[in-house]
Ligand binder design. Structure first.
Ligand code: URA
Length: 438
């Protein structure tokens, strides 16, 4: 590979020839490309973009850079997964994996730890005592076989090229590039070996892509590149103008998810169940196990009403080494913590105006991380008692923060300033699903 010529080409805004990007990725993983050269190419891509064909080639090469799992066995149920770009209170994976497993699909999920407002799905699950997220491939297969689904952490063997490139992007201001984000996400899903995937791309003031037009562009890119790799894909662009559901944090979100699966979704938890049904119905329809989304939603709802989804969740937790003693009373999972109540200073209608400030407050309390090495404090989190358009009365509790370390509270509350407002007239909340990309 003429690495300087390769960088030149993209820096000049020209297209790479077929096979060039694949050779670059193979060289990179072999250790034959210096960090400064790979970084220069990443910046050229951020500035000049990649065509769809180039993005597909990059994604395929990244997926092929490590181990790939093959789930295909004759007569086995379809293998499905969902991926979310992440947001405040997004515990949908914890609810949806058991529901889909109870509906007869196989859901081998590889999840992340994520930087940002709250932990990733893996951090959330690790608030269950004993729960193991680092499983060998045979152990991963055993849990999927036994419980229909498993949620494990990405190992260094899955798409190692992504680990290298992501580390460089993080340090060179090249994370925000739709082709690079697409290749990063889809390569891991391709290595995981799923047949059907639905992407949940969040937009709004609490999302990583706050502009709806950018979120839609990412959603379209995820779908077309997945298809380019032979994966059946759809995407929903969904509401992150306000936190999703009732709980935001780590153990609080696991508790909320278990409560929902026990059929105890009420108030703000209803939105988590609704979004799980929306995403799940797409997968059921795509994989052909149901004729249409309405029938799929009925079948998925039934897995909760019958208790089968909860049983499936309990089996998965047990199979991954987690304690299950807390599951009959989900909120007993919470560690000892102090509480701070944020109350309405006047009466009116609530509007989340800058939801990212709430996420930042949670991160400062220890529910999320700014750097990969930051430690998550499992007791940190919040219960959100009011959403967009809710009528509130002066003195009502709007948010209940949970924390252990008092020195963090002041800064968190200062950061929250301006996250929401109380207006004097009613307002209509935005819908949960803003766009469907099929
Ligand atoms: N999530 C990923 O896995 N990769 C990105 O580049 C951005 C978000």
């Amino acid at each position: 590979l003429d690495i300087v010529g390769f960088i030149h080409r993209k820096a000049d805004g020209r297209a790479h020839g077929p096979g060039e990007i694949a050779t670059f990725v193979a060289e990179l993983v072999r250790g034959g490309v210096a960090d400064y050269q790979a970084s220069a190419w990443l910046m050229a891509v951020k500035l000049n973009g990649l065509s769809e064909a180039e993005t597909v080639e990059l994604t395929r090469a990244m997926a092929a850079s490590g181990r790939r799992i093959n789930w295909k066995v004759r007569g086995a149920p379809p293998t499905v997964d969902k991926h979310s770009t992440g947001g405040e209170g997004d515990k949908v994976t914890l609810v949806l994996v058991p529901m889909l497993a109870a509906a007869g699909l196989r859901v081998p999920t590889i999840a992340g730890r994520a930087l940002g407002f709250t932990g990733g799905t893996i951090d959330k699950l690790e608030s269950i005592p004993g729960f193991r997220t680092a499983l060998s491939e045979p152990a991963f297969r055993r849990v999927v076989q036994m419980a229909g689904g498993a949620i494990v952490a990405q190992s260094a063997h899955v798409a190692p090229a992504d680990g290298i490139l992501y580390g460089l992007r993080d340090a060179t201001a090249t994370v925000e590039s739709i082709p690079l984000i697409t290749a990063s996400i889809v390569s891991k899903k391709a290595a995981e070996g799923v047949e059907h995937i639905v992407y949940d791309v969040k937009t709004g003031s609490g999302a990583f892509m706050p502009e709806p037009a950018q979120a839609e562009k990412l959603a379209r890119s995820l779908v077309s590149v997945s298809r380019g790799l032979g994966i059946d894909a759809r995407a929903l662009v969904t509401n992150m103008y306000e936190p999703l559901g009732f709980a935001a944090g780590n153990s609080v979100e696991v508790a909320e998810a278990a409560a929902i699966l026990r059929g105890e979704a009420e108030g703000r938890s209803g939105a988590v169940l609704d979004l799980s049904l929306e995403l799940g119905a797409e997968l059921m329809a795509m994989s052909g196990v149901e004729r249409n989304r309405a029938a799929a939603k009925r079948r998925l709802s039934e897995t909760v009403a019958s208790g089968r989804a909860f049983d499936q969740f309990e089996q998965m937790v047990k199979a991954q080494g987690g304690s299950t003693g807390w599951m009959k009373k989900p909120w007993s999972l919470l560690r000892p913590h102090r509480t701070h109540l944020v109350k309405a200073v006047r009466s009116g209608w609530l509007r989340w105006k800058a939801a990212w400030k709430f996420g930042e407050a949670l991160r400062l309390l220890g529910a999320g991380r700014a750097r990969r090495t930051d430690r998550i404090l499992p007791e940190a989190g919040a219960l959100v008692r009011a959403g967009d358009g809710d009528r509130v009365t002066k003195g009502d509790v709007l948010i209940e923060f949970h924390y252990g370390d008092s020195s963090r509270l002041r800064q968190a509350l200062d950061t929250l300033d301006g996250a929401f407002e109380i207006s004097s007239g009613p307002l209509k909340p935005k819908p949960l699903v803003l766009k469907r990309i099929r």
